[in-house]
Design a protein around this ligand. Structure first.
Ligand SMILES: Nc1ncnc2c1ncn2[C@@H]1O[C@H](COP(=O)(O)OP(=O)(O)OP(=O)(O)O)[C@@H](O)[C@H]1O
Ligand SMILES: [Mg+2]
Length: 240
């Protein structure tokens, strides 16, 4: 049995009166790619934001490598080995590519040359653009930079929020190939995607979130055959 790196137990999150996550339980074991699919507003980003300490849950527990991080600060969670690539990239537009990467190193630690080298090997396009301002990169390059920045902390678990959103098909394929490569190098990946086809193809296990609750989970290939998933997320006409 692989070690459980990330365990979310009966998590509740509220935004004021809005109950955004209800009793969500979720886990990722060492060596897995776990996908989380769901429609707009289902609570996918909320779950990632709670895991990475950006939101304070109203109930439940989050453990990272055995430590209770339910109320830990974002920097502490990065230091424990969990990095988050947020929805919409959120790179620093006025900093150069290199400076953006350096911001991703462990809090309070100088970035290691080996870390930068690893990222630039994964993303040769960034290597050619180290002195360019982040804001002038194309959408696909910005996504590569956002992933690269998160990798600078050498995370055990990488949380990816809609990495393919808004990208042309060729770039979507490239991003998924890079996710595979990051996984092959030993990083556990939690992938949030609206692109359910790709998300279920790349993952070993998957969860389906609907309006704040987990409604299905299991091996990704089984979910891809599930009639409910096919109708709701894989764009198939249903018979009822
Ligand atoms: N800061 C906020 N204040 C109030 N409500 C919020 C806030 N952020 C999210 N919500 C609400 O919480 C619910 C879940 O939002 P969330 O962003 O987690 O969905 P999502 O599954 O990531 O959707 P998408 O696929 O569109 O990114 C939505 O109903 C949303 O309107
Ligand atoms: Mg989202």
């Amino acid at each position: 049995m692989s070690e459980t790196l990330l365990a979310v137990e009966s998590l509740d999150v509220h935004y004021g009166a809005i109950h955004a996550l209800r009793q969500v339980s979720f886990e990722a074991k060492a060596g897995e790619i776990v996908s989380l699919i769901g429609s707009n507003g289902a609570g996918k980003s909320t779950l990632l934001r709670a895991i990475s300490g950006l939101l304070r849950p109203s109930g439940g527990r989050i453990r990272l490598r055995g430590a209770d991080v339910t109320r830990a600060a974002p920097e502490a969670i990065v230091a424990l080995g969990c990095s988050h690539v947020p929805e919409g990239r959120r790179i620093f537009a006025n900093l150069t590519v290199l400076e953006n990467l350096q911001m991703g190193a462990w809090p309070g630690r100088a970035p290691e040359a080996a870390g930068i080298e690893r990222v630039l090997t994964l993303f040769p396009r960034l290597k050619e653009r180290l002195t360019q301002a982040g804001g002038t990169l194309s959408g696909g390059e910005q996504q590569m930079l956002a992933i690269g920045r998160a990798l600078m902390a050498a995370p055990a678990v990488l949380l990816l929020d809609e990495p393919s959103l808004g990208l042309a098909p060729l770039l979507v394929r490239q991003i998924f190939e890079i996710v595979r490569e990051i996984h092959a190098q030993g990083t556990t990946v939690v992938l949030v995607e609206q692109n359910a086809h790709q998300a279920l193809r790349i993952a070993g296990r998957a969860y389906v979130l609907e309006t704040g609750s987990l409604v299905l989970s299991g091996p990704a290939d089984e979910l891809a055959r599930d009639p409910r998933v096919r109708r709701a997320y894989l764009g198939e006409a249903g018979s009822g």
